[in-house]
Design a protein around this ligand. Structure first.
Ligand code: ZN
Ligand code: ZN
Length: 187
């Protein structure tokens, strides 16, 4: 699947005369008028300039993360990378639906690995693949690094503390403290 093709650079002289500083997109080479220090002409080009494909064909986001998920900032808006990718390469996300991963790799944004589901599909999916280890019953038990990141990313996606506590089988207070970074400050 080829989504992009470098274009020949245009001649800048016309815009130089008008005093508009144009740039060439680092990905597709097209000339555009940048906002701030943006190096890409579009969110699509930004996504495509920051990934590494792995052996499973996942496009792993190389930019910043929010929990386990990649996030991308473009023209002063921050979006989840997998959601931005779905919108750019596949289509609109229906209201109330989630973009889920077939590959169980949250930082992946290969559109072929994404599908539309409900929050519970996403959860079932993660549980069935053992990404979330259930059965931790002790308030004082230690969660793994991955579990803590997962809890925080669920919170950022709108899950309540109560619901997260049920998923991870711990007290609401414990979930709250972990998400608010009261324990395990090193994470
Ligand atoms: Zn571009
Ligand atoms: Zn993937």
């Amino acid at each position: 699947m080829l989504y992009y093709m470098p274009l020949l650079n245009y001649n800048n002289s016309f815009n130089d005369i008008k005093g508009i500083v144009m740039k060439n997109c680092i990905k597709c080479g097209i000339e555009y008028k940048p906002k701030a220090s943006e190096k890409s002409c579009s969110i699509k080009c930004k996504l495509l300039s920051k990934f590494k494909a792995n052996d499973a064909g996942c496009w792993i986001w190389q930019g910043s993360r929010s929990g386990l998920y990649g996030k991308v900032r473009f023209n002063s808006k921050t979006l989840s990378v997998h959601k931005a990718s779905y919108k750019e390469f596949v289509g609109d996300i229906p209201f109330g639906k989630w973009v889920c991963h077939k590959c169980d790799t949250p930082a992946c944004f290969n559109p072929d690995h994404l599908f539309i589901g409900s929050p519970s599909d996403n959860r079932r999916d993660a549980v069935s693949k053992k990404r979330i280890k259930m059965g931790i019953d002790n308030v004082f038990s230690h969660f793994t690094y991955t579990q803590i990141l997962e809890m925080r990313s669920l919170k950022s996606e709108g899950f309540t503390y109560d619901r997260i506590a049920r998923i991870f089988n711990c007290s609401v207070t414990h979930a709250y403290n972990i998400i608010k970074n009261k324990y395990r400050k090193e994470l």
